[in-house]
Design a protein around this ligand. Structure first.
Ligand code: ADP
Ligand code: MG
Length: 269
């Protein structure tokens, strides 16, 4: 359970990235965060992953204030959260197997984590995690030999290997072509559904948010504009969320394959 009350984040320099956010997310919910660039989506995900300390309000993760924990407990909590990004932060020279096994580094005792960096200890587990993504054959390849789409599937395999109860994904499909983007979004949702895990993902592709996620939160200028089941959102809600957004920060400006600068609304009739 994640709960935020009157939560704010002001970065150094005084800019308020989150401004009085009230939110609670129950275990097993699958939530999409949408909103223009600069709305606060990344900041919100970093707060929920206990990677960024809020400057105001209350945060509770499973009933605990993460910032009241000691350093070791806080590290343990972060290790139980699965994260995904637009481009996976995988060292290029790392082998695929090491990247996948890193999913459990936070759960293993130190000796095992260190040993695993030297010699992969769970080859079968890594192979099984990669199999659904047609990457089992690439187990011992270096990550810099893979395409962006394959790398993102390695990041998914790592997540599936980790089996975290909370997955925070920041623009996990923004760098992928539309077909691959949908398949990655579907895979994330299917995995969360199957395991009863909580999934929270920020997305530029509005139609993916509406078609794949059960709950959609619209953020703008650090505030929640709407927080509703996808089925209860219409074109007008989406257009209002993105109204007046200049070209440079509109969602599709980040996606070279996109036909226009406006959010795609095809699934939003
Ligand atoms: P989004 O992910 O929705 O694009 P962010 O959470 O990245 O939004 O940013 C929210 C606001 O906070 C923006 O105005 C952004 O410029 C500002 N911001 C983000 N990160 C920092 C930072 N490290 N230092 C100062 N300002 C930041
Ligand atoms: Mg962001």
């Amino acid at each position: 359970m994640i709960s935020l009350a009157a939560l704010s984040v002001a970065y150094a320099g005084g800019r308020r990235a989150l401004d009085g956010v009230d939110l609670s997310i129950a275990p097993g919910e699958r939530v999409a965060l949408i909103g223009p660039s600069g709305a606060g989506k990344t900041t919100l995900l970093r707060v929920m992953g206990a990677n960024l300390r809020p400057t105001g309000g209350q945060l509770q993760l499973d009933g605990l204030d993460p910032w009241a924990l000691n350093a070791r407990q806080l590290q343990g909590l972060r290790g139980r959260v699965g994260k995904m990004y637009q481009a996976p932060p995988i060292p290029p020279r790392q082998r695929v197997i090491t990247a996948v096994l890193a999913g459990r580094l936070g759960q293993w005792p130190l000796w095992r984590a260190v040993a695993s960096l030297i010699y992969p200890l769970d080859i079968d587990g890594a192979r099984a995690a990669l199999a659904p993504f047609d990457l089992a054959e690439r187990l011992f390849d270096r990550c810099d030999q893979l395409s962006g789409g394959q790398l993102q599937r390695v990041a998914l395999a790592r997540l599936f290997y980790q089996q975290p109860q909370l997955v925070l994904a920041d623009e996990p499909v923004s760098a992928l072509d539309p077909t691959l983007a949908r398949s990655v979004a579907v895979a994330l949702n299917e995995d969360a559904k199957r395991r009863g895990a909580t999934l929270i993902a920020s997305l530029h592709a509005v139609e993916l948010a509406l078609s794949e996620f059960s709950r959609v939160i619209g953020l703008r200028e650090g505030r929640i504009v709407f927080d509703r089941p996808a089925a209860q959102l219409g074109v007008a809600d989406i257009e209002a969320l993105y109204a007046g957004v200049p070209y440079a920060s509109a969602p599709e400006a980040h996606n070279p394959d996109a036909p226009s600068a406006r959010p795609r609304l095809t699934r939003c009739a």
